[in-house]
Design a protein around this ligand. Sequence first.
Ligand SMILES: [Zn+2]
Ligand SMILES: [Zn+2]
Length: 107
Amino acid sequence: MQFCDECGAMMIPFTKEDGTRVLKCRSCGYIENPEGDMMVSQPIEKTPRDKIIVVEDDSIPMPITKAACPKCGHNEAYYWTLQTRRGDEGATEFYRCTKCSATWRRY
Ligand SMILES: [Zn+2]
Ligand SMILES: [Zn+2]
């Protein structure tokens, strides 16, 4: 037995024009769709993008700049900066050759 959400009167089985069987309030005409009718069963997909990728420090992509390698003469190197303890000195620039992985720094 079901009762109307709107007025509390008894609901009676009712067939709509499109053939859908619903419950209709005898008193106010409120129509309740059968449970599950509105539910669209769609599995929630978990995409790999949701995963947090933990990367090693070494694999963090570093910007590449034009810098001459003192070891092999290659002219492209990854670079990053490190702030020195004394703020007035500014950051020290580090370079790592993209070819031979030689690392050097520039003050
Ligand atoms: Zn009602
Ligand atoms: Zn090099």
